[in-house]
Ligand binder design. Structure first.
Ligand code: AP5
Ligand code: MG
Length: 210
């Protein structure tokens, strides 16, 4: 199973990717998490990405395409994977197709812009393993501690309200057109992202026939 989760910032891509990956036994590849790790480690890619991310802008396509091609060539991807946060532009989607990487299903998680700000203000993330929580909708077992790896949780720098507004504008301009791209390829499914977390997981599993 090769699956793409599309959706606005805060649509729940990371939350659902984690749940579906555990269910199907395949890895999740989150470009956002890879970039945050690169920034934390001070790598060259991290230094290049940081300014774009802090302003809610997209990191250049060539950086992303390089990262993802390298990641998909690793052995744990042989049986399939879930892409979370990539592709985000038509050139990124085209680069995957040109590399002969085709997807069984592209799920777009549809959510109203008004719901997003509430989700972002309550989000807490684990910078060590990438897990994502919400103080009310999906709290960790112990406040501010990751259930998976026990590391402290933090607030993402780009969740400040003005940065969230930039990210939403970028989503509508650059990423939403991907729905038309995949509709033409015949593998697009729409799922209502305004539901409770478990209901969305069930809807995605139905959409992908799992
Ligand atoms: P990235 O990390 O991908 O961020 P994003 O797309 O903006 O999405 P988020 O991670 O903010 O939201 P999500 O959909 O994963 O929601 P989550 O599950 O956490 O990218 C960050 C930046 O990196 C970009 O701005 C860009 O600069 C760069 N970048 C990354 N990939 C790139 C690419 N391909 N090209 C160029 N640049 C790239 O949920 C959000 C919150 O809501 C959580 O608190 C969660 O617990 C809660 N929640 C989830 N579902 C529900 C629900 N159903 N009900 C109630 N609460 C819920
Ligand atoms: Mg995410």
């Amino acid at each position: 199973m090769k699956l793409i989760l599309l959706g606005a910032p805060g649509a729940g891509k990371g939350t659902q990717a984690e749940r579906i990956a555990a269910k199907l036994g395949i890895p999740t590849i989150s470009t956002g998490n890879i970039l945050r790790e690169a920034i934390a480690n001070g790598t060259e890619i991290g230094l290049r990405a940081k300014g774009f991310m802090d302003q809610g802008q997209l990191v250049p396509d060539d950086v992303i395409i390089g990262i993802v091609r390298e990641r998909l060539s690793q052995p744990d991807c042989a049986k399939g994977y879930i892409l979370d946060g990539m592709p985000r532009t038509i050139p990124q989607a085209q680069a995957l197709e040109d590399a002969g990487i085709h997807f069984d299903c592209v799920v777009s998680m549809e959510i109203d812009d008004a719901v997003i700000e509430r989700r972002m203000t309550g989000r807490r993330v684990c910078l060590a393993c990438g897990a994502s929580y919400h103080v009310e909708a999906n709290p960790p077992k112990t406040a501010d501690v990751c259930d998976h790896c026990g590391k402290p949780l933090s607030v993402r720098k780009d969740d400040a309200p003005e940065t969230v507004r930039s990210r939403l504008a970028v989503y509508h301009r650059e990423t939403e057109p991907l729905k038309g791209f995949y509709e033409k390829l015949g593998n697009l499914k729409l799922v209502d992202g305004n539901q409770p977390i478990a209901d969305i997981t069930a809807a995605i599993l139905r959409a992908i026939g799992a």
